[in-house]
Design a protein around this ligand. Structure first.
Ligand code: ADP
Ligand code: CIR
Length: 342
C-alpha cells in the first residue's frame, strides 16, 4: 500500500495525523482479526468530506494503530494517553429540571449509547457467521425484557420498503447505504443480521449490527431529558445482566468510530432555533463553549429543516454519562436564552 493521494478536499482528522512517518510505521501492521491500516483509513480516503475518516476493526486496533488513533482521540475528545475514563449512571446526579421553554422549543429528545460484544470483532471486520451470532444473542436477550421495555424485534432482511422508509422518516431506524459506513466495511452482507427492536410506543429501541453491534436508544417527544435518561439507564442495566460488553479501563466502551469511545453516549434534542439559524457564527460559538455538536435533523451529515437542529454533546470520553447529558442540557438552556433575545 502506498501513501494515499490526499487532495485539498481531504479535511478529516485522519488526514491531519496520518503523516508520512506515521504511515510508514503502521502500513504493514495488522490485528489478530487481520485488520490493517488500509482498512482503518479507507472511509476517510474515499470520502474527502469525512470529519474523522477512520474506524477500527477491533479493540486491539486502538493499540496496534495507536500512533494514529491516540492523536485523533486527543483532538476530538481532549483526552490524552494518561487520562482515565470514568462512568456515572446515577440519574439523580443530573441537574436538569424541566421548564416550559424546554417543552416549547424542543421537538423531541433522544439519548443513545453504542455497545459491542466482548470477545467479538467489531462490525468493520466481523464475519457473516459472527454477525448472525450477535443478532441471535442480542435479540434473545431483548425478548426477555419486561414492562415499558417489552417489545418486538424486526429483522431488516425481509422488511418491506414501505415499513423501513416510514421508520427512517420518523427518525427511529438507521438509513441504508450510508457511504461512510459502506467504505468502512460496515455494510457488508447487507441487510443480513441487521434489525431494530422497539417497544410499542417507540420510546425504547435497539439497533442491531449497524455502526456498532448495539445502539441502545431512549427517546420521546418534548424536552423531558431526565425521563429519557432514566429509561436509558434502566435498559442498559437490564442488558448488562444478559451479555458482556467490550470495555477498556482507559478507553471505556469500545466502539468502531473513535468519536464514540468512553460513554459511547450521544444525548440530543431536535430543537427549533429559527432566529439563531440566521447567525450560524454565533450559533457555532455557543455550541463550542458548551461542547455541543450541531447536526441536521435526518442524522449525521444531513441538513437542518425549518430552523430545527439536532443539538448533542460532543465529548464522550473522559467525561461521565451524567456529564454528557449535563453538557447538552446546559448548552440547550443557553441556546434558548439567545434565541429568545433575537
Ligand atoms: P446516532 O449516531 O446518534 O445514531 P444519527 O445522527 O445518525 O446518529 O441519528 C440517527 C437517527 O436518530 C436519525 O434518524 C436522527 O434524525 C434521529 N435523531 C437523533 N436525535 C434525535 C432527536 N432528539 N429526536 C428525534 N430523532 C432524533
Ligand atoms: C466522518 O468521518 O465524518 C464519519 N466517518 C463520521 C464520524 C463521526 N460519526 C460517527 O461516529 N457516527
Amino acid at each position: 500500500m502506498n501513501y494515499p493521494n490526499f487532495t485539498t478536499e481531504h479535511k478529516s482528522l485522519m488526514r491531519k495525523y496520518l503523516t508520512k512517518d506515521v504511515f510508514e510505521e503502521l502500513k504493514d501492521k495488522k490485528t489478530l482479526n487481520n485488520f490493517t491500516l488500509e482498512n482503518a483509513i479507507n472511509s476517510g480516503v474515499q470520502n474527502p468530506d469525512s470529519g474523522i475518516g477512520a474506524y477500527v476493526g477491533d479493540q486491539e486496533s486502538y493499540t496496534v494503530f495507536a500512533s494514529l488513533f491516540d492523536k485523533i482521540i486527543e483532538d476530538y475528545h481532549g483526552f490524552t494517553k494518561d487520562d482515565t475514563h470514568k462512568s456515572n449512571l446515577n440519574v439523580d446526579d443530573l441537574d436538569a429540571p424541566l421548564n416550559d421553554d424546554l417543552d416549547k422549543y424542543i421537538v423531541s429528545t433522544r439519548i443513545r449509547v453504542g455497545r459491542n460484544l466482548d470477545n467479538m470483532p467489531l462490525g468493520t471486520s466481523i464475519s457473516i457467521k459472527q454477525r448472525a451470532e450477535v443478532e441471535s444473542i442480542v435479540s434473545n436477550a431483548l425478548s426477555s425484557l419486561e414492562d415499558d421495555l417489552k417489545g418486538t424485534y424486526y429483522s431488516l432482511d425481509g422488511m418491506s420498503e414501505e415499513i423501513s422508509s416510514s421508520l427512517i422518516k420518523d427518525h427511529f431506524l438507521f438509513k441504508a447505504g450510508d457511504r461512510f459506513l459502506e467504505t468502512a466495511g460496515l455494510n457488508r452482507d447487507w441487510p443480513k443480521s441487521r434489525g431494530i427492536y422497539h417497544n410499542d410506543n417507540k420510546t425504547f429501541l435497539v439497533w442491531i449490527n449497524e455502526e456498532d453491534e448495539l445502539r441502545i436508544i431512549s427517546m420521546q417527544n418534548g424536552g423531558d431529558i431526565k425521563t429519557v435518561f432514566a429509561r436509558l439507564i434502566k435498559a442498559v442495566k437490564e442488558l448488562e445482566k444478559k451479555m458482556s460488553f467490550s470495555y477498556s479501563e482507559h478507553l471505556g466502551y469500545i466502539t468502531s468510530c473513535p468519536t464514540n469511545l468512553g460513554t459511547a453516549m450521544r444525548a440530543s434534542v431536535h430543537i427549533k432555533l429559527p432566529n439563531l439559524s440566521n447567525d450560524m457564527d454565533r450559533f457555532q460559538e455557543i455550541a463550542n463553549k458548551y461542547f455541543l455538536q450541531i447536526r441536521g435533523i435526518d442524522g449525521e451529515h444531513s441538513k437542518s429543516v425549518g430552523g430545527v437542529f439536532d443539538i448533542s454533546n460532543k465529548r464522550r470520553l473522559g467525561v461521565t454519562e451524567v456529564q454528557c447529558v449535563q453538557d447538552m442540557y446546559d448548552g440547550v438552556i443557553a441556546l434558548i436564552e439567545v434565541e429568545k433575545s433575537l
